[in-house]
Design a protein around this ligand. Structure first.
Ligand code: F6R
Length: 369
């Protein structure tokens, strides 16, 4: 049932075009009008939402962090993302105008379940983004938006992550549509960009050799840093988490803008650093800022490994290795940029002889605190 792959992890990484494609399936009409019938919350109520809180743990929380950029941009609703276990034990401000969006692959994560229960008690409306039919969190929520990634067997999450981002984006666009903030044409265009993602993921998967080779060469590495900015920041965090979980290598993700505020002190000769570079076509000139970051760390001896958009020649001069991902709008780039990082961690762990499906000390669903 591994579909010819040596591990579930590899299979699931390769399932990602379908995971995203299936999550998009049947959710809009031909005019790009979203029909999220599953979100059975009174549209009038959804229109009055004045705050969104996304609750999740681990990789699912990184999906939430990615979604925050898109939801705030499209809906203009202040959106917080909080780890469920932190949310539970402070005194969060939640009321009837708060929409709580939980994200959980398993639908059984105890901390997220408890956080959702608490939010409901405070009168919030709750939507679950979940990959497991009939699991506890969706049953205890007002509505559910299922990710259609299919069963995820490997303990470390891959395809569920991309499906979660996709589903959260659908929810964001749906809220924007309800609130009349986006012209329908714009939503249709974003949906069509999303529809193009599976093929682009496939292109990355078809070109896996270069990153896998690098992973094998780096099997003895002791520490790897990951830098990203904007939506690339949670991608960097996720890249680091995959490497910790699968290869038991010390890894940390940083917001590239934080470098000077501390992490740059870690850079010494030969320190590998992955940098997730924003598209040069994006707004805010973040591209040139991140390219400057690469120059800064390179000058201090870092081994720079860059994920950049096809056609971005500016990064070449400062990068030891460049992995190109297909062009896509900035907000959608995490659906592509994450894939080489997953492949890197999986291949490196395999080269070390580790069981990538069952990393030590980890369980697939964390049903205790
Ligand atoms: C990371 C990973 C975990 C889960 C986390 C939440 O690879 O698998 O960090 O993402 O335990 O699990 P769910 O999504 O089932 O609530």
């Amino acid at each position: 049932e591994k579909g010819g792959y040596p591990s579930f992890m590899e299979k699931e990484i390769n399932d990602q075009p379908a995971a995203v494609g299936d999550t998009l399936l049947g959710r809009a009409d031909a005019n790009g009008r979203l029909m999220l019938d599953e979100v059975r919350i009174d549209p009038e109520l959804l229109k009055s939402v004045d705050k969104i809180i996304v609750l999740a743990c681990g990789t699912s929380a990184y999906a939430g962090q990615v979604a925050k950029y898109a939801i705030e941009h499209w809906c203009r609703i202040p959106t917080e993302v909080e780890l469920s276990h932190e949310f539970r034990y402070r005194d969060p401000i939640v009321d009837g105008n708060t929409l709580v969006v939980s994200i959980s692959q398993s639908g059984e994560t105890m901390d997220t379940l408890m956080a959702v229960r608490y939010a409901r008690e405070q009168g919030a409306k709750t939507v679950a983004i979940c990959n497991t039919n009939g699991s506890t969190i969706p049953r205890e929520s007002d509505a559910v938006l299922y990710t259609h990634a299919g069963p995820e067997i490997a303990v470390a999450s891959t395809k569920a992550f991309l499906a979660q981002i996709t589903a959260a984006y659908l929810l964001g666009l749906y809220l924007a549509q309800l609130r009349g903030l986006k012209f329908q044409g714009e939503i249709r265009d974003i949906l069509s960009d999303l529809g193009a993602i599976p093929k682009k993921i496939q292109a990355i998967l078809d070109n896996a050799d270069q990153i896998k080779k690098l992973a094998r060469e780096m099997a003895d590495t002791k520490s790897v840093l990951f830098l990203g900015r904007h939506v690339g920041f949670p991608v960097a965090m996720e890249g680091a988490l995959k490497l910790k979980e699968l290869a038991y290598i010390h890894a940390e993700g940083f917001a590239a803008g934080e470098l000077k505020h501390g992490p740059i002190a870690l850079i010494e000769e030969g320190q590998p650093v992955f940098v997730v570079v924003p598209s040069p076509r994006g707004r805010h000139s973040l591209h040139s800022k991140v390219v400057s970051n690469i120059q800064e760390i390179r000058a201090r001896g870092a081994k720079t490994i860059v994920i950049a958009e096809e056609g971005d020649e500016a990064v070449r001069a400062y990068a030891e290795h460049v992995f190109y991902i297909p062009e896509t709008p900035t907000l959608l780039a995490p659906l592509l940029a994450t894939v080489p990082l997953q492949m890197f961690a999986c291949e490196l762990a395999t080269a070390k002889g580790y069981d990538v499906d069952q990393p030590r000390n980890l369980a697939k669903s964390v049903t205790v605190e």
